[in-house]
Design a protein around this ligand. Structure first.
Ligand code: COA
Length: 191
């Protein structure tokens, strides 16, 4: 049987326990997983792209299900479907948290399928305990001095604290060159 290669794309600004849960489980359903860290300038990320990639790599190394050797973490600033194609992927994996995620994900999956019918999108339900996590709230809680330890690893928490101390949103929005911003329904940020 042909090797199943999956892409798990996201902004990962920063990677939360919710993302790590999906990465670990996604690695269980494909032979090789590529975690694609999108430049996503439209979201005005706190962390520059390279740092988001480094953070995800660090977290993947700490996964305790022996999957790390089958997971690669790469940045991308192209169309997701072009990135999928260039990695030989046959499936896109996305996490679904709540009903509010559905419409946005449904639209994105449908658009992507129109771009390339050979790559399907598969959804994994976010773990019950992670349903409410969002990177945006993690950053907001940290900025306002709250405790983010239930939502991110101690390593990620340290990155967030450092980024906020060095000027918070001062991270320059990166130019993805393709104007990817499309409206997102409540609960999802624009992509
Ligand atoms: N548990 C908890 N939280 C989760 C989660 C999980 N399992 N999965 C996602 N989230 C949260 C994230 O923290 C994030 O929170 P935020 O909005 O507060 O930052 C939110 O859900 C969504 O983030 P993420 O899963 O990282 O995806 P995204 O919507 O930021 O990224 C891309 C979308 C990268 C897939 C999309 O922009 C893309 O494909 N870009 C490339 C350009 C392209 O091809 N565009 C055409 C698309 S049709």
């Amino acid at each position: 049987m042909a090797e199943r290669i999956g892409i798990y794309p996201g902004t990962f600004d920063p990677a939360t326990n919710g993302h790590l849960d999906i990465i670990g489980r996604a690695a269980g359903v494909v032979d090789r997983l590529v975690v694609g860290v999108a430049v996503n300038a439209g979201k005005g990320p706190l962390f520059p792209l390279e740092e988001r990639v480094e953070i995800v790599r660090e977290e993947v190394r700490m996964l305790n299900n022996n999957a790390a050797s089958r997971i690669e973490v790469k940045p991308f600033q192209t169309l997701l479907m072009h990135f999928a194609k260039s990695n030989g992927a046959n499936v896109i994996i996305r996490g679904l948290r709540a009903v509010s995620d559905f419409e946005y994900e449904f639209q994105m999956a449908a658009m992507n399928r129109r771009l390339d019918v050979s790559v399907d999108t598969v959804f994994l339900m976010a773990a019950e305990s992670q349903q409410f996590i969002s990177s945006r709230f993690v950053k907001e809680i940290a900025r306002l001095g709250g405790d983010i330890s239930p939502f991110v690893s101690p390593r990620v928490a340290q990155h967030v604290r450092r980024a906020i101390a060095r000027g918070g949103d001062a991270a320059k929005p990166e130019d993805d060159g393709i104007g990817t911003t499309i409206p997102a329904p409540a609960g999802r940020k624009p992509i």
